[in-house]
Design a protein around this ligand. Structure first.
Ligand code: GDP
Ligand code: GDP
Length: 456
């Protein structure tokens, strides 16, 4: 295909651009939405159902990304409506647009709720291979936001509230459309190739102050019964990861360059080792924080723990050199942990001797638990139920309210809360606690992102 598209003849480029088809029964606001996306009045908008008849393909642009919007001229399931032949024609046209489109946006009307025609449209879309997004239109103000959850039952995923007329939420919808375009997916897949193989493989970093016993621990972990599969270059030139076969499957130990060799170069400076630890943590699913129990929890340990926690990486605490501690010292360090590392909440604490291997048998089972928690994904409706109950029990001050929420990412569990205004930090912590309890998230860090959803 010739690809000499010029910016002044937009129609000529439609084939080579990703396409989004806008479908839905008449009168839900498809034309209005299309106008909104195009930023001008191209399609015909009328009160009378099904007036927009022609399939229109229009070049559009969102955040510098060019694409084509197809207005399908409505979509009535066959046999519905007064004018069956016209409807059939429209449907055939819609069907074709839908088949050709990369992404389909199904528009529904929040004020009408789910109609039989909506069910019919959704039924066909559910069989489609490509992505389908549901735009719940006519959410002109926040009062209407609660209606959107009814549309979850269309079985097409989490709905996007929009007001085509006022532009509300259309940006978020378009962001999602861009994310769903095949080239984005292909690009992400390419970028994520390594990540994908990483997905199957858990990455673990062993961090802690110099002399805490990291190398001893690591050498113990790769000892007799477990075999080193291979070394992999890390991000920096001298960072080497070691992949170890364990009963949990392969585990990648991140940045083990300094740990493998018995006679290491020299003790790294404390500051340098902190930087190095943080870089390793960034590439890890889980951090093993090794603390020299004979020294206790130092300020440096505390800082490291805070940074790891802040990066959203779950921590397993290893109190090492346990063999050297008398009863008094053992009690003292328990207090130390409560005092200095209380923010880690329910993080696992293992008392071990890396030198003798004592206590290390609990490490893999512990990792298994943390990994399972870490990878959990929670259904949107359940998230919203918990938040609704939490807010009913304790409303936020000044009428602030979470309208709804979704779990965006699973690693670590990240919830996006759509709120009508800024929520106080203390209140967010309360909601986080409730989510944590409801879904047994234990020690895994939970991230809350808040987005404002008040009138625009
Ligand atoms: P189509 O048949 O699906 O293309 O629907 P139209 O775009 O022609 O819109 C149908 C009616 O809904 C028109 O009267 C629009 O003004 C109205 N409408 C569209 N979007 C909105 C919206 O966001 N809020 C409200 N209140 N009305 C809307
Ligand atoms: P790294 O700097 O964190 O890698 O620490 P190393 O693994 O080099 O350990 C520092 C010193 O602590 C070495 O002399 C180890 O033999 C000793 N060590 C490590 N783990 C233990 C342990 O569990 N018990 C005892 N008694 N000594 C240990």
């Amino acid at each position: 295909m010739a690809n000499s598209s010029s910016g002044t003849a937009p129609i000529s480029v439609t084939r080579s651009l990703p396409t989004v088809a806008i479908v839905g029964r008449p009168n839900v606001g498809k034309s209005t939405l299309m106008n909104r996306i195009l930023g001008r009045r191209e399609a015909i908008v009328a009160e009378q159902p099904g007036v927009t008849r022609d399939r229109k393909e229009m070049p559009a642009n969102w955040q510098g990304r060019e694409f084509t919007v197809v207005d399908t001229g409505g979509w009535l399931p066959l046999g519905a409506g007064d004018n069956a032949s016209m409807d059939a024609k429209v449907s055939a046209q819609s069907e074709r647009s839908m088949g050709e489109a990369d992404v389909v946006v199904m528009v529904v009307d929040s004020q009408a709720g789910v109609t039989a025609d909506d069910e019919g449209v959704a039924g066909r879309l559910r069989g489609r291979a490509g992505p389908v997004l549901v735009a719940v239109n006519k959410v002109d103000d926040e009062a209407h936001e609660n209606f959107i959850w009814e549309f979850v039952k269309l079985g097409l995923g989490d709905p996007f509230p929009v007001s085509a007329l006022h532009g509300r939420g259309v940006g978020d919808l378009l962001d999602a459309v861009m994310d769903a375009f095949p080239e984005t997916l292909a690009r992400d897949a390419e970028a994520g190739l390594e990540r994908e193989s990483d997905d199957a493989m858990v990455s673990v970093s062993i961090v802690g102050r110099p002399n805490a016993g990291k190398s001893t621990l690591f050498n113990r972990l790769i000892g007799d019964d477990r075999s080193v599969v291979h070394d992999q270059p890390g991000t920096t030139r001298d960072a080497i990861d070691t992949v170890v076969q364990t009963e949990l499957g392969p585990i990648r130990f991140v940045d083990t360059a300094g740990m493998r060799r018995r006679a290491r170069i020299d003790q790294a400076a404390e500051y340098y080792s902190l930087l190095r630890a943080l870089a390793a943590v960034d590439r890890s699913d889980i951090a093993l924080l090794v603390i020299d129990a004979t020294v206790g929890v130092t300020h440096q340990d505390q800082r490291l723990a805070e940074r790891i926690d802040g990066a959203g990486c779950p921590i397993v605490l290893l109190l090492n050199k346990w063999d050297l501690l008398d009863t008094e010292a053992r009690e003292a360090i328990a207090l130390d942990i409560d005092r200095r590392l209380h923010f880690l909440g329910e993080a696992a604490v293992l008392r071990v001797s890396a030198l003798s291997g004592k206590g290390l048998n609990r490490l893999l089972p512990e990792l298994r638990g943390v990994i399972a928690e870490y990878r959990r994904r929670i259904p949107t409706q359940a998230v919203n139920r918990v938040l609704r109950d939490a807010q009913a029990a304790h409303p936020a001050p000044d009428g602030a309210r979470v309208l709804y929420a979704t779990q965006g990412a699973a690693d670590p569990p990240t919830f996006t809360l759509f709120a009508n205004r800024t929520l106080p930090r203390t209140y967010l912590r309360y909601l986080e606690r409730r989510l944590r309890e409801a879904f047994d998230l234990g020690s895994v860090p939970v991230k809350l992102r808040v987005r404002r959803r008040s009138g625009e």
